[in-house]
Write a protein that binds this ligand. Structure first.
Ligand code: GLU
Length: 293
C-alpha cells in the first residue's frame, strides 16, 4: 500500500498559518516516505462554502510549493456514497432521527437534575431525547429531511462484542494530553464522553464524521495528518470504520499554531491568512520558518 497523506480544508475562509503547517507537514511526510500527498475539498456545508475560497486554497497551496494529483476529491460530489452508508447503518438499526435543535439540547441538559452539561467533540453531549424514535423495523424508509444520530450505546456494544481489539489506533504525533503510540479506548468511554453523534445533519445529508471516514478510505489514506483539535473525534472515526468495514489509517495529530496570546487561529483571523503574508512580500520559505518547518 502506498504511504498516502492528505490535506482536507473546508473552503469557508482563507487558509492561515495553521493550515499551512498542516498541509506542509502532510506533504513533507509523504515526500520523505516516497508516498503520495492528496488534497480533498471538504465542502459539505454548502451554506458556508464558496468557490472563491476554493480557488484561493489552490493558489495558496501551489504558491507554498505543494503539488497534488488532479482531479481533486470534493465532498459535494459524493452524496451518493454518503447516502449508501447511511442506508446501511439505518437498516442495521444504528441510527435514529432527531429533530432537536441546539436550544432543545441546551434546555434538556440544563434541567435541574442533570448537573453540569458534559462536553464531547461536537459540543454538549446529546441527552438522548429522540433515541426512542429508532425505527423498530428495517422496512421503515430512512428520513431524508431530518438529522440522523448514531445510537452510540448500540453501536459501541455491537462492535466491541464482536472484537474487543477494535478500540485502538496508532498515533504518530501527540494528542492534547501527550497521548502517543497505541491509543486505546473503551465502549463506556464512547458512550459517556462522546454519545449519540450526528451522522447526517439537517439540510446537509451527511456530517463531518461520516464523510471523513468514507473519504479517507476512498482516497486510500494511510496516515491522517491533522490538528490536535480533532484528536478526540478520532475515536468516533475508528468506531465508524469498524461499523462500515473500512480500513483504519494511522494518525498524526500535530500541535496547533497559536497567536501571541496563545489563542488558536480561526478562519476569520484574516491577519494570519497566507494570502496576507504573501501580499506583504513573504516567501514560501518565510512561511515554513514561521511554522517551524
Ligand atoms: N475539514 C477539516 C478542517 O478544515 C479537517 C478535517 C480533517 O483533517 O480530518 O478543519
Amino acid at each position: 500500500m502506498t504511504f498516502t497523506t492528505r490535506f482536507a480544508p473546508s473552503p469557508t475562509g482563507p487558509l492561515h498559518l495553521g493550515h499551512a503547517y498542516s498541509a506542509l507537514l502532510a506533504h513533507d511526510m509523504a515526500a520523505s516516505e516516497g508516498g503520495e500527498f492528496l488534497l480533498r475539498i471538504e465542502d459539505i456545508d454548502q451554506s458556508r462554502s464558496r468557490p472563491h475560497w476554493e480557488e484561493q486554497i489552490y493558489n495558496d497551496l501551489s504558491w507554498l510549493g505543494l503539488r497534488w494529483p488532479k482531479p481533486v476529491m470534493r465532498q459535494s460530489e459524493r452524496q451518493v456514497i454518503y447516502d449508501a452508508a447511511l442506508d446501511k447503518l439505518w437498516q442495521r438499526g444504528f441510527l435514529f432521527p432527531c429533530s432537536c435543535n441546539r436550544k432543545d439540547i441546551a434546555a434538556a441538559v440544563s434541567a435541574p437534575q442533570e448537573g453540569a452539561p458534559l462536553l464531547g467533540p461536537d459540543g454538549v453531549i446529546y441527552p438522548g431525547t429522540c433515541r426512542h424514535r429508532a425505527p423498530g423495523s428495517e422496512d421503515i424508509p430512512r428520513p431524508r429531511a431530518e438529522a440522523l444520530r448514531l445510537d452510540m450505546t448500540k453501536a459501541a456494544r455491537h462492535i466491541f462484542d464482536r472484537n474487543a481489539l477494535v478500540g485502538q489506533f496508532v498515533e504518530h504525533g501527540t494528542g492534547p494530553d501527550g497521548e502517543t503510540g497505541t491509543v486505546k479506548f473503551t465502549p463506556e468511554e464512547l458512550i459517556t464522553t462522546i454519545g449519540d453523534v450526528a451522522l447526517a445533519r439537517r439540510g446537509m445529508g451527511t456530517s463531518y464524521h461520516l464523510s471523513v471516514v468514507l473519504d479517507d478510505a476512498a482516497q486510500g489514506i494511510t496516515r491522517v495528518v491533522r490538528g490536535q483539535d480533532l484528536f478526540d473525534a478520532t475515536r468516533i472515526h475508528v468506531l465508524l470504520q469498524a461499523l462500515l468495514d473500512l480500513p483504519v489509517p494511522e494518525y498524526f495529530h500535530h500541535d496547533l499554531i497559536r497567536d501571541q496570546n496563545g489563542k488558536r487561529l480561526a478562519k476569520r483571523d484574516d491577519a494570519r491568512a497566507i494570502s496576507k503574508y504573501r501580499s506583504d512580500g513573504a516567501s514560501p520559505e518565510d512561511i515554513r520558518a514561521m511554522v517551524g518547518l
